[in-house]
Design a protein around this ligand. Structure first.
Ligand code: COA
Ligand code: AMP
Length: 637
């Protein structure tokens, strides 16, 4: 990169990474300041700030209240789906968090214990996260769109002592009762949490079932006014575990530490998102995803911003103007969302009538991430909003941007289709399958030279070896992002595809492997393959190919319907698994590998070639024919 501001910042980091992060660490509060910045001898690839002691909740709340920011709005709750709205100042959030922390403590939760939070987008969910952080307990938020089985897997994996939940979530046109899902999850789990703290929402009453259950509002009212000291934790102690799709049905528990996380996020707010303390920042995502952890809760609060907690959808709650009204109402300076949200808005309001009616002078920048930002959507957003639209690329594992356009440092020229350049902290390289660097412009495996920066995962929960096997061993000395792409002559990164079975459906990360496990569990399915096909709204959507057992007495349509229901029941509605088709056989190579890439091309109507290694060429023709019969136009070879 040239010698502009971005180049200078990146070089400053590259020349002295420890000095760079030491300086950033100075901006936060430590009970014991870091003396060692990075120790390569610890953990799977080294640890950041190993001798420092801190508390993330202290840095998000107490620090700001002590500095006179107590009256500023910390959290805005805007819920067009229920018609509710509320604002909470930093002092008020601190009071609520103290009360929730006192409740959690009274239920026996101590430093290092795990607490699952299975809640919709309501303020109590953020209070619960911060209360755990205050006590040094490790939270694991589970997205509300996941089914009981997924929740059970997480309860078992992290051995949760407590589950904090609510009576329901609210989706367009329906209430999603959480309590039955929670009860079923606990029934399925081998590990039984000691307690469930459940908030009854106005939208749906619930029955407490046994002495395990505690009413949230009741307990909080008993502990209101109590103050709970922030428990000092090592910077390397876990703040949270966030389960994300892996290459099998068992999700990976991405671990986030306390110290590195707050240093990295604090840096990102000013330098990547270009917002100053006091300004309103809105990540229109969900606290169940990494974007919600980093940029609804921790990032904005660490840097003293006002954050927006939005319970609604970009369209239909009540219309495609809802985002703009929130931005106007709270003078939002930066919006961060997934490209899917903009595709949904564009579909409803292609000429931007709502945008014209709702002036948003405060809005300076739109950030997109979570899935590939297609140039069409970026250009439409640029044209409609008249502000820079910034794509940036990162993952649950890293917790913050790997490649982006650092608005607070310098806005670099946008190249459509590229999330721009690598951020300080990351030495990104592109390697071929044998681990050799490829030339500029050549497609390869995108890897990050170790160590990963502060904030990125140190390991998977209780699974160091799985972390090494999944992320570190294929390219020794590097972290494998599992994304493929290239770097062009100007240093711009292009993300082209995943190298594993992960697909992105409406910005939600899902594993086709996990869906295959569920499909295969249907008694009438002998074999199956699930692939991600192109979807004009959601980017990708899952598509299942099923081979029936010869003994089945059911019709293909019947099994297809049952399998669709099974995936919804086992993984959850968020899997958006709605298309499955029975075929006679699956196409395979002579060595038995299913030719998913070719099936995807056929389903997407892209031109495809008969693979040279195919076992039986007639099978692909059969699949194309089966798709055509069901109204999916399979392109001919
Ligand atoms: N709790 C329960 N169910 C949920 C849920 C939650 N928190 N979130 C989603 N679901 C359900 C939906 O109701 C839907 O159910 P259905 O099959 O009965 O209709 C299903 O999961 C699939 O959800 P989704 O893929 O989101 O589709 P949608 O049609 O409901 O909404 C959009 C489409 C575009 C409005 C929506 O996907 C969206 O807002 N996307 C923005 C992307 C985003 O925020 N990504 C987060 C990462 S940055
Ligand atoms: P998640 O862990 O849910 O954030 O998903 C991470 C994955 O989403 C990445 O590994 C990419 O495959 C994809 N992704 C996220 N952001 C982008 C982006 N800006 N461009 C292309 N792909 C992206």
């Amino acid at each position: 990169m040239g010698a502009g501001a971005y180049g200078r910042v990146y070089d400053a980091w590259k020349q002295d990474p420890e000095g760079f992060w030491r300086q950033e660490a100075e901006k936060l509060h430590w009970f014991e300041k870091p003396k060692t910045i990075f120790d390569v001898g610890l953990g799977t690839y080294g640890r950041w700030f190993p001798d420092a002691v801190t508390n993330t909740c202290y840095n998000c709340l107490d620090r700001h209240v002590d500095a006179g920011r107590g009256d500023q709005t910390a959290i805005v709750y805007e819920s067009p789906i229920t018609g509710k709205a509320a604002t909470f100042s930093y002092s008020k959030v601190l009071e609520e968090v103290n009360a929730v922390a006192a409740v959690i403590r009274s239920l026996g939760v101590e430093k290092g214990d795990r607490v699952i939070i299975y809640m919709p987008m309501i303020p109590e969910a953020t209070f619960a996260m911060l209360a755990c952080a205050r006590l040094g307990a490790v939270h694991s938020v589970v997205f509300g769109g996941f089914a009981a089985h997924e929740l059970a897997t997480r309860i078992d994996d992290c051995q949760a002592k407590l589950v904090i939940s609510a009576s329901c979530g609210v989706e367009p046109g329906r209430i999603v009762p959480y309590k039955p899902l929670l009860d079923e999850a606990i029934r399925q789990a081998k590990h039984k949490p000691a307690h469930c703290l459940v908030l009854e929402r106005d939208e749906h009453p619930y029955d407490l079932i046994d002495k395990r259950d505690v009413d949230f509002a009741d307990a909080v009212s008993k502990h209101r006014g109590e103050s709970v000291d922030c428990v000092p934790v090592q910077a390397t102690d876990p703040l949270y575990i966030l389960y994300t799709s892996g290459t099998t049905g068992s999700p990976k528990g991405v671990v986030r530490d306390n110290g590195g996380h707050m240093v990295a996020l604090n840096w990102s707010m000013e330098n990547i998102y270009g917002v100053k303390p006091g300004e309103a920042f809105w990540a229109a995502s969900d606290i169940g995803w990494v974007v919600g952890h980093s940029y609804i809760v921790y990032g904005p609060l660490l840097s003293g911003n006002t954050t927006i907690l939005f319970e609604g959808k970009p369209v239909g709650t009540p219309d495609a103007g809802t985002f703009w009204r929130v931005i106007q109402k709270y003078s939002v300076a930066a919006l961060f969302t997934a490209p899917t949200a903009f595709r949904a808005i564009r579909k409803e309001d292609s000429t931007g009538e709502f945008i014209k009616q709702i002036p948003m002078p405060s809005l300076r920048t739109l950030f997109l991430a979570g899935e590939r930002a297609d140039p069409d959507t970026i250009k439409w957003a640029e044209e409609m909003l008249g502000i820079p639209v910034i794509d940036h690329w990162w993952q649950t594992e890293t917790g913050w941007t790997i490649a982006g356009n650092p608005v607070g440092v310098e806005i670099l020229p946008v190249k459509y289709g590229s999330p721009t350049v690598v951020m300080p902290g990351y030495d990104v390289q592109v390697l071929d399958d044998a681990g050799h660097p490829v030339s500029r412009g050549t497609l390869g495996n995108i890897v990050v030279k170790l160590p990963l920066p502060p904030g990125a995962l140190p390991t998977f929960w209780n699974a160091d070896q799985r972390f090494r096997d999944a992320c570190l061993s294929e390219f020794p000395g590097y972290y494998k992002t599992a994304d493929a792409g290239y770097i062009d002559e100007d240093g711009y990164l292009f993300i082209m595809a995943r190298t594993d079975d992960i697909i992105n459906v409406a910005g939600h990360r899902l594993s086709t492997g996990a869906m295959e496990e569920v499909c295969a569990s249907h008694p009438d399915v002998a074999e199956c393959a699930v692939i991600g096909i192109a979807d004009p709204l959601k980017g990708q959507s899952p598509f299942g190919f099923l081979v029936l057992n010869s003994s089945t007495r059911k019709s293909a349509e019947e099994v297809e319907r049952e399998v669709v229901k099974l995936v919804r029941d086992e993984i959850g509605p968020v899997a958006a698994f709605k298309q499955a088709i029975c075929v006679k056989r699956l196409p395979k190579t002579r060595s038995g590998k299913i030719l998913r890439g070719t099936m995807q091309k056929i389903a997407d109507c892209e031109p495809w070639k008969m693979p040279a290694t195919i076992d039986d060429p007639a099978i692909l023709e059969e699949i194309a024919e089966a798709l055509r019969e069901r109204g999916h136009a399979g392109a001919a070879a």
